[in-house]
Design a protein around this ligand. Structure first.
Ligand SMILES: Nc1ncnc2c1ncn2[C@@H]1O[C@H](COP(=O)(O)OP(=O)(O)OP(=O)(O)O)[C@@H](O)[C@H]1O
Ligand SMILES: [Mg+2]
Length: 369
C-alpha cells in the first residue's frame, strides 16, 4: 500500500505530526469549548478533524457534516441529519426504534443509496419549521448517552446561502443551549470565516476558540517521509525530500501527492536533477487543468502570475525589478493586479511573500509553459 494518502484518514501511522494542534483541540473539547478551525485550502483541516475523532471515539459520538455545495438552510439541515444517521450515534443500534422516531420527528424520508449507505430527504414547508427541524436534531444529540462532537466542515458556505434566514444568530443561540454537544466549525476562505466569527456586530463574535492551521514543520515532515520510504525498502536521498518540501512551500496536499508519485516509481532517483526529470512528466499531465488559465485572467494578471511562478515566491512585488519582470505598468497597477489575483484565489500571501495558491500550477508555469 502507498503510505502517502491523497484523501481521507486511515490511522495515526499515515498522519504526520499535528501533535500540538491535536492536543489543543482535545483539551478544548474536554473543557466544553467550541472551536473554529481555519486555514488555507488543502493544508489538512478535514484530515485533522478525523484524527481528532480517532482519538475521541471511545468517549464521544463524533459527527462529521460536510456542508460544501449546500446553498440554503434546507441543504444545511439535510446534510446535518445525514451526518447524524451515518455516525456512531446510530451505528450501534442500526435501524432501530430510535432511528424511526428521529426520522419522523424531522419529517424526513429514508432511502438506501447504491453504496448501501442510508440517506435522508427532508421536506420543508415553511420557514419557522426549518429551525424546528434543526432543534429536533440537536435535541436528539442532547439526549444521547455519550457526549457528542458535531463538526461542520466547509462552514464558510453559509455565507452564500440564498434564502436570507438569520442562520448565524439562530445557530449561536442553539450552540449555547446544549450541554451535551461540542461544536467544531471548520473552513477556508479566511476572510469569510473571520467575518462570521470576529465581526463585533455578528452574533458568533468570540463565541469559539479560533485555531489556525499552519504548515507542518519541515523537520517533522522530512522524518515522516523518510520513515515511510525506509519501511517500504525504498532508498531515497534526504536532499531529494528536502527539495520536495521546499518547492511545495510546506503545503500538505502537494507534498503528499509528490511523495505518493515518487513512492510508486520502480526506480528511485539518485539526485535532484534525476528527480526533476521524473517530476516533469508528472507535472506535464496537469496541462488539462491549467491550459485555460490565460482565458480566466487579463493579460497583465497572467504575466504577473507567470513571474511569481518563476520566482517561487515574491517578497516585494512592487519593486521596480519585479514590476519590469511581470511586464506591468507601475506600482499602482501592480497593487490592483495583486488584489484581483488574491480575490480569485490564484495567489496567496504566505508569511511575508506572495506565491501561487496552487503549487502544481506554479510548477506547471515554471517548468512547462
Ligand atoms: N498530517 C497529515 N499527514 C499526512 N497527510 C496529511 C496530513 N494532513 C493532511 N494530509 C493529506 O493532505 C491532503 C489535504 O488534506 P485535507 O483534505 O485534510 O485538507 P483541507 O485543509 O481540509 O483541504 P480543503 O480546504 O480543500 O478541504 C489530503 O490528501 C490528506 O490526506
Ligand atoms: Mg477539507
Amino acid at each position: 500500500m502507498n503510505p502517502f494518502l491523497l484523501k481521507g484518514y486511515k490511522s495515526p501511522e499515515y498522519f504526520c505530526d499535528r501533535e500540538a494542534e491535536t492536543e489543543t483541540i482535545l483539551r478544548a473539547i474536554k473543557n466544553q469549548q467550541d472551536i473554529t478551525l481555519f486555514a488555507v485550502r488543502r493544508i489538512g483541516k478535514s484530515t485533522l478533524l478525523h484524527h481528532v475523532f480517532f482519538n475521541l471515539k471511545k468517549e464521544f459520538d463524533c459527527i462529521y457534516a460536510d456542508i460544501w455545495g449546500t446553498t440554503s438552510l434546507n441543504g444545511f439541515i439535510t446534510e446535518t441529519a445525514n451526518a447524524v444517521i451515518q455516525s456512531s450515534v446510530f451505528s450501534k443500534r442500526s435501524i432501530g426504534r430510535k432511528l424511526t422516531d428521529f426520522i419522523k420527528s424531522i419529517g424526513a424520508s429514508l432511502s438506501v443509496g447504491v453504496d448501501g449507505k442510508p440517506s435522508l430527504d427532508i421536506m420543508f414547508h415553511d420557514k419557522q419549521q426549518v429551525f424546528n427541524r434543526l432543534e429536533e436534531i440537536f435535541m436528539l444529540l442532547e439526549n444521547n448517552k455519550l457526549p457528542v462532537i458535531l463538526a461542520f466542515d466547509e462552514f464558510q458556505e453559509i455565507k452564500n446561502y440564498s434564502d436570507g434566514v438569520p442562520l448565524e444568530a439562530k445557530l449561536r443561540s442553539l450552540v449555547q443551549k446544549y450541554q451535551n454537544i461540542r461544536f467544531i466549525f471548520s473552513g477556508s476562505e479566511q476572510h469569510l470565516l473571520a467575518d462570521i466569527f470576529s465581526d463585533l456586530r455578528k452574533p458568533f463574535y468570540q463565541s469559539t476558540r479560533m485555531i489556525e492551521l499552519k504548515k507542518i514543520a519541515d523537520e517533522d515532515y522530512q522524518n515522516f517521509i523518510l520513515n515511510h520510504f525506509l519501511k517500504g525498502k525504498k532508498r531515497i536521498k534526504d536532499q531529494i525530500i528536502g527539495y520536495i518540501l521546499s518547492i511545495c512551500h510546506g503545503h500538505t496536499y502537494y507534498i503528499q501527492a509528490i511523495c505518493n508519485f515518487l513512492y510508486s516509481q520502480t526506480k528511485m532517483p539518485e539526485s535532484i536533477a534525476e528527480f526533476e526529470r521524473l517530476y516533469l512528466e508528472f507535472i506535464a499531465e496537469k496541462r488539462v487543468f491549467y491550459s485555460e488559465l490565460p482565458q480566466r485572467l487579463t493579460k497583465h494578471q497572467f504575466t504577473t502570475v507567470k513571474a511569481i511562478a518563476r520566482k517561487g515566491g515574491v517578497k516585494s512585488p512592487t519593486s521596480a525589478d519585479f514590476i519590469k519582470e511581470a511586464e506591468v505598468n507601475g506600482a499602482s497597477s501592480m497593487q490592483r493586479i495583486l488584489k484581483a489575483l488574491r480575490e480569485k484565489q490564484v495567489i496567496i500571501k504566505d508569511q511575508d511573500s506572495y506565491r501561487l495558491y496552487d503549487v502544481f500550477l506554479e510548477h506547471y508555469l515554471k517548468y512547462i509553459v
